[in-house]
Design a protein. Structure first.
Length: 320
């Protein structure tokens, strides 16, 4: 746990250490589902980038001229083992990883309200392969800790940061439900693409509030339905073909959840409809994508007959 010494002393260290050891025993099993991601990550550990740039839309890890063509093909083969790539874009030794989501667009929407991240302790809940963590690194944080329970995404980030060697970035096999182990710990928490997967969203937001340091900031981004009324959709089975979706709120509903959870200065600062301009099939994610989730000829309706998804962004603060 290379990040533990960077956290406040009042973090529940014993419980967190025990959980970390349990999760490491689980993820290090010699079973196919783990080895398919662990082995390419181990192979990529032999590479180290001389140049890393996280300031632009594409996270650059290594220039093309740092390795020869034969080694670049080896890197490409190992990176492809982490398909499907959901977040990006990345450029790794000149290999352009065009992920399903054009994640730089979301980051650009956050920038106008982004708090000062310099020297801060930050949590990225559901961090996936760490694209947003790398973007945060350009702002010189003390620590960005990614919470990610997925084996695929965990090993993908470990592989990328093994090459990038950014010591201020760390990841652990944690979920949002583990935030109570970090009381009053984080200056900033990003909760993006998570809240609609939680059966009790207000309780989840209260856990976020507990984990924030006094005066800390949360940025919540969520799938949403259009409309001004403070209501949420509760789909019967899937929503836009996604399983495990509980409440899909309007922007005003999400704002009300945050107020009732105890946040101050709650602001809905962005809302936009989804489209296949931002989420689409690529060579690095060649499964179904957004165009398959809405009805042909009726992009305002999901295949299940619900309103097609928007994305909403809300910022809040814990009382100082």
């Amino acid at each position: 746990m290379e990040y533990l010494h960077l956290l406040p002393d009042h973090v529940r260290t014993d419980a967190l250490t025990a959980l970390h050891r349990e999760r490491q025993r689980w993820v290090n099993q010699d079973k196919k589902g783990f080895l398919r991601y662990r082995r390419p990550g181990e192979a990529l550990a032999a590479f180290r980038a001389g140049h890393v740039d996280c300031s632009g839309d594409t996270v650059v890890i290594g220039r093309a001229d740092e390795i020869d063509d034969q080694r670049r093909e080896e890197v490409r083969r190992h990176l492809l083992a982490f398909k499907p790539w959901r977040k990006g874009p990345f450029s790794v030794f000149g290999i352009e990883v065009d992920a399903e989501w054009r994640s730089h667009r979301k980051w650009q929407r956050l920038l106008p309200v982004l708090p000062d991240l310099a020297g801060k302790t930050i949590a990225d809940i559901g961090c996936n392969n760490g694209y947003y963590m790398f973007r945060m690194a350009a702002h010189r944080p003390r620590l960005v800790l990614g919470f990610e329970p997925s084996v695929q995404h965990y090993y993908c980030f470990k592989a990328l940061n093994g090459i990038a060697a950014m010591k201020e970035l760390a990841i652990d096999l944690l979920g949002v439900e583990h935030l109570p182990l970090f009381p009053a710990c984080f200056d900033v928490i990003f909760l993006m693409g998570v809240i609609y997967h939680r059966p009790s969203p207000v309780d989840t937001l209260r856990d976020v509030l507990t984990a924030l340091a006094p005066g800390g900031t949360v940025i919540v981004e969520s799938q949403a339905i259009p409309g001004d009324d403070p209501v949420a959709l509760f789909p019967a089975t899937t929503y836009a073909k996604a399983p495990g979706v509980y409440f899909v709120p309007t922007g005003s509903c999400l704002r009300n959840w945050m107020v009732k959870a105890g946040f101050e200065a709650v602001e809905l600062f962005c809302s936009h409809p989804m489209s296949s301009e931002e989420q689409r099939r690529t060579a690095w994610m060649d499964f179904e994508s957004y165009c398959d989730f809405v009805r042909p000829g009726d992009p305002q309706t999901t295949v299940e007959g619900y309103p097609a998804p928007h994305r909403v962004f809300v910022r809040g603060r814990k009382k100082g």
